[in-house]
Design a protein around this ligand. Structure first.
Ligand SMILES: [Zn+2]
Length: 457
């Protein structure tokens, strides 16, 4: 985070040309500094906490929101941006004083009554409403963000769909804790990250669910999934609190979802190091998204009965992607390559095909197979979720395992998750740690597997 904050300052200052005096104020940049996604996130501040109060009525698809953002300025700010798409902003205040604002496209620009000093903490409150419009066809993920369904909403926001339902610094480089107060018609359930902080309260035909995620979370992992749900709550055999929820159409899946989510989380805790969050679980909704997303503490499965392999994938993401988040999207293999390799490890653990057998099968694909021409270490913004990022990313880890041996490889996984717990990481960080623990020069291996547009030998 320190490295990236330095980069933001440089980018934000560069158009001005001359160094600023220490008391100068400037407009925060409209992007956080990810060259592949130039308007995602924002510069000039670092969010520590989001408080989301959402009132959603499925019948009308109307959302009323009050989002409170606690942040600290990383530069003197005359104005700053939040990311928000397609909703009407009614009112913005900073530290309790009315602020002026403009909302153009996906950028909400806030000008506080008084400029904000570098390092000062400030609180922004945004009152807004409207009908959320999910994002479509960006980064080949289909539809994502806040997606209205027949009985509620399916909320899965990777890579940049949080702006479809709350104003934020919508980039994984800026993580924060979250509180949610989600109000829905009585009889409907609202599911968010973390744990319930009390019993849901019902007044005037509406029920409010209060959830709290006390560990830092990337915005795209936040959810407020709403609908008819059957719940099972308890703890894994290893003692990790577990919440499973299914749409009634998937009632027969509830016990398996609950049991396997706990069992797999327990096993990954022995392989990757202690589970980073306060609860685990999963949600199956009846919306056919065509994907699952590793929403923090509660992976969301879109309209299908998840098998153990996909649960192993989404729960491995709790370490790789959720606790350790990427600083820039081009390093997405650090999420998807690790989660895919975890599927291979799960297969091996279950006495099915070993990781080595799976690796050999993929490596035997012909030289013209598309995964050889797409280097997974440089995920492309218009083809972010390419199969290479997943499968060749996993192959990179297997090649590494064979090069440094099992004891060092598995020590590396635990050291990686411990050293960067709740933080942000880059590919360079992983290469450096691999070389440090193994004592080997691994540049040729990583270069061949991550960065060359052809099949490694
Ligand atoms: Zn994944």
């Amino acid at each position: 985070m320190a490295l990236f904050a330095a980069l933001i300052s440089v980018l934000a200052c560069s158009p001005v040309g001359e160094p600023h005096q220490s008391n100068a104020y400037q407009a925060g940049a409209p992007g956080i500094g990810d060259a592949d996604f130039p308007t995602d996130g924002n510069g000039g501040y670092d969010v520590s906490h989001y408080g989301l109060a959402i009132d959603y009525t499925p019948a009308t698809k109307h959302l009323q929101g009050v989002t409170t953002v606690q942040a600290s300025a990383t530069e003197g700010l005359s104005s700053f941006n939040l990311d928000l798409a397609g909703l009407r902003v009614r009112e913005v205040s900073v530290d309790g004083s009315a602020a002026t604002f403009t909302h153009k496209g996906e950028e909400l620009t806030v000008t506080p009554a008084a400029p904000i000093d570098k390092h000062d903490r400030f609180t922004v409150k945004v009152v807004y409403d409207g009908t959320p419009q999910p994002a479509k066809d960006s980064a080949n993920l289909g539809t994502y963000g806040f997606i209205p369904t027949a009985d509620g909403a399916f909320v899965a926001s990777e890579p940049n769909g949080s702006k479809t339902w709350f104003p934020s610094n919508d980039h994984p480089a800026d993580k924060a804790t979250f509180d949610f107060a989600i109000t829905v018609p009585a009889g409907v359930t609202a599911l968010a990250n973390g744990e319930l902080t009390g019993r849901p309260t019902t007044t005037g035909g509406k029920t409010t669910f209060n959830w709290s995620e006390r560990h830092p979370m990337a915005t795209y992992l936040a959810t407020a999934t709403v609908g008819k749900f059957q719940l099972r709550q308890g703890a894994s055999p290893g003692g990790i609190p577990t919440v499973a929820a299914v749409d009634p159409k998937f009632a027969s899946v509830l016990d398996k979802l609950y049991t396997d989510s706990g069992k797999i989380t327990d096993y990954w805790s022995t392989v990757f190091g202690p589970y980073p969050f306060s609860s685990t679980g999963g949600v199956v909704d009846d919306y056919s998204a065509g994907y699952a997303l590793e929403n923090q503490t509660k992976p969301l499965y879109g309209g299908f009965d998840p098998d153990e392999m996909i649960m192993a994938h989404e729960l491995a993401h709790q370490w790789f992607g959720d606790s350790l988040s990427i600083k820039r999207w081009k390093d997405l293999w650090l999420n998807e390559g690790f989660a895919t390799y975890s599927e291979w490890l799960w297969s091996e653990h279950m006495g099915k095909r070993s990781a080595d057998e799976i690796f050999k099968t993929v490596h035997a694909r012909p030289a013209g197979d598309p995964i050889w021409s797409y280097p997974p270490g440089q995920a492309k913004p218009n083809d972010l979720f390419n199969e290479s990022v997943y499968t060749r990313g996993a192959m990179t880890l297997h090649a590494l395992r064979k090069s440094i041996g099992d004891p060092t490889f598995f020590e590396l996984l635990k050291t990686w998750t411990a050293r960067h717990r709740y933080g942000n990481v880059t590919t360079e960080d992983f290469v450096d740690l691999s070389e440090q623990l193994s004592g080997k020069n691994l540049d040729p291996l990583f270069d061949a597997w991550l960065f060359q547009p052809h099949r490694p030998a």
